[in-house]
Design a protein around this ligand. Structure first.
Ligand code: HSE
Length: 349
């Protein structure tokens, strides 16, 4: 039976949810997926770090209090985050990076990914920063070191988008996409349609764990801009940087605008889009758009996300599902690990 050893980098909601899945489902995965997972290290800037080469108890980890230095309460744990030691020396096969997204330079997550890939370890991440800002460098580094770099959860959490488009839609001639790619802002817009004020709706999204550490990134479109860069570079073979994507958010929309849209049979949605132009260049934007109620994306409500790919051979192909949430994003990490397992099995055939 294959067992993958994981080091969890960042132990906030997402990696805690992954630990919970491991605690509950490892046995079931033996038969369902053909592998089990063992946590051999955890590091977190707030909680500290721990290495346990023989395996740490996933259930114990999930019950850890969210208190500064809490990992020091476990035998062998430290109050400080020994990131480099956990990534390089815990004996992990796969580094599971789920720290906060830094939209400015992608750090410290990008360095965590570099250390892991240079050390010949697979990386799975939910972090938009390293991919949107340093994706081509990290992918090249993974190729050189013959390891995987997977990031399905960076766009639409566990709802399959990147792998779906890359694998199942390969050859369909994707010419562009438009999507609702931020759960928080869609949740805020839907809540405002129900009469809730903007600030209360944002606070509720924070409570539910959808929002970024700084929710400005959600409501001003910066989070969607990173996702548009990731999707465009991945699926349209673009070479976009963040500044190539025009960006405006939803903070200027009032309850009055939303009510007016309702009366007109329409809805405001924050849309991230990219399109291949006739000259081959890629144009990309993030902006609130007024969609009439019969538009396929108009009925996507709450924290749900959706993306519609325009393909040459199939026309529009739309996928909709959760775009945020702890367990939903943890599932994306599992799907990345499954992908690594399947490629490994394929290479051994
Ligand atoms: N803050 C993001 C959202 C999380 O609301 O969609 C997922 O990227």
């Amino acid at each position: 039976m294959t067992e993958y050893k994981l080091a969890l980098v960042g132990f906030g909601g997402v990696n805690r949810a992954l630990a919970q899945l491991i605690a509950e489902r490892n046995e079931q995965w033996k038969t369902e997926l053909g592998f089990t997972l063992k946590i051999v290290g955890v590091t977190d800037l707030f909680l500290g770090s721990i290495i346990g080469r023989e395996g740490l108890d996933a259930g114990v980890l999930t019950r850890l209090p969210a208190a500064k230095g809490a990992l020091a309460q476990l035998p062998g744990g430290e109050a400080t985050a020994l990131n480099e030691a956990v990534i390089k020396d815990s004996g992990a096969d796969i580094i599971v990076e789920a720290t906060f997204t830094n939209p400015v330079d992608g750090e410290p997550a990008t360095s965590f990914c570099r250390w892991a890939l240079e050390g010949g370890k697979h990386v799975v991440t939910t972090n938009k920063g390293p991919i949107a800002l340093h994706g081509s460098e990290l992918k090249a580094l993974a190729r050189r070191n013959n390891v995987a770099f997977e990031y399905e959860g960076s766009v639409m959490s566990g709802t399959p988008v990147i792998r779906l488009a890359r694998q199942a839609l390969a050859g369909s001639s994707i010419g562009g996409f438009e999507g609702i790619l931020n759960g928080t802002s869609n949740f805020v817009l839907t809540s405002m349609e129900g009469g809730l004020g903007f600030a209360e709706a944002v606070a509720k999204a924070q409570e539910l764990g959808y929002a970024e550490a700084d929710p400005t990134a959600d409501v001003e479109g910066h989070d969607v801009r990173l996702k548009v860069v990731i999707l465009a570079n991945e699926l349209l073979d673009a070479k976009l940087t963040v500044s190539d994507v025009t960006c405006s958010g939803i903070s200027s929309l009032s309850l009055g605008d939303i009510e007016q849209a309702r009366q007109d049979g329409a809805r405001w949605k924050l849309i991230g889009a990219a399109k291949r132009q006739a000259d081959g260049s890629i144009s990309a934007s993030v902006e609130p758009r007024l969609l009439s109620n019969d538009h396929p994306l108009a009925s996507v409500c709450g924290a749900t996300n959706a993306v519609s790919f325009s393909t040459g051979l199939l026309g529009a192909v739309t996928v909709s599902g959760p775009g945020a949430g702890r367990t939903e994003t943890a599932f994306a990490l599992l799907s990345d690990i499954i992908s690594i397992h399947q490629s490994r099995a394929h290479n051994q055939e």
